[in-house]
Design a protein around this ligand. Structure first.
Ligand SMILES: [Zn+2]
Ligand SMILES: [Zn+2]
Length: 244
């Protein structure tokens, strides 16, 4: 057994954007080439953060089509020339209504509709300066949601699938609770308990921690891994923060 820990081949800086405090992540390879995950808004703030990080944005990756994740993508593309990649094409209807939705939330002009240059599918790989990332299709919060992760570095960018102590909302059009739970237990848990994740909102956590204590998807609630199934803690569920 090796005790050597793999040094991640990239650095990550998280920039919360929009009134929803969405965690936009800048992934920077050693060369300075970078991918930005979910530039949901405030593109000038993202571009400034990239500059301070000495990062050159070459790709824009989207986990899903919600306004707070994709609303700044076209503006970042205009400034950098980086292509917009993802999410899965089932989120087209969300991407087409971003400007309208910001207006509905009382923030007209906060974001614009988005036309990706490429869609993502389950099992796809993304490459940043020779570093390979994997894609898992994880519908439920939206029908076209994907998660992007790096096996060796043990980090996943999960958008609004799961949060520290909560899960994504499923009360939007074409959201589905059971589909979301299946995405979490069948696509995320097999990646390993030590996989750290950057959610779309709030603090980072690990899949192992959520399997222990998340009131929506702990093993005790889902019965995952042969765990004795218990009734969910409804008070904890009611008081948990649910996000866009
Ligand atoms: Zn969100
Ligand atoms: Zn969302």
């Amino acid at each position: 057994m090796s005790t050597q820990t793999q040094q991640p081949p990239f650095q990550v800086r998280v920039v919360p954007v929009t009134p929803f405090q969405q965690n936009c992540s800048i992934i920077r390879a050693a060369s300075g080439k970078a991918a930005v995950v979910d530039p949901g808004g405030e593109p000038e703030k993202i571009l400034e953060a990239a500059k301070a990080f000495d990062a050159t944005i070459e790709q824009i990756w989207l986990t899903h089509g919600h306004l707070d994740h994709a609303g700044g993508a076209e503006a970042v593309k205009r400034e950098t020339g980086a292509p917009i990649i993802g999410p899965h094409k089932e989120d087209t209807f969300w991407l087409d209504e971003i400007a309208d939705h910001w207006a509905k939330y009382g923030q007209p002009g906060m974001g614009e509709d988005c036309k990706p240059d490429a869609w993502l599918n389950d099992g796809d790989t993304l490459e940043l300066d020779g570093i390979e990332f994997n894609v898992a299709y994880t519908p439920g919060h939206t029908p076209g949601h994907v998660v992007i992760y790096h096996q060796g570095a043990r980090v996943a960018f999960v958008g609004d699938v799961i949060f520290a102590g909560s899960i994504g909302r499923t009360d939007f059009p074409r959201g589905d609770h059971d589909t979301l739970i299946n995405s979490i237990t069948q696509k995320l848990w097999p990646l390993g308990d030590d996989m750290q994740f950057v959610p779309g909102h709030g603090p980072v956590s690990t899949f192992g921690q959520e399997r222990k204590s998340n009131p929506f998807v702990s093993d005790a609630v889902t019965g995952y891994g042969g765990a004795q199934k218990q009734a969910p803690d409804t008070l904890a569920q009611k008081t948990s923060k649910r996000w866009q």
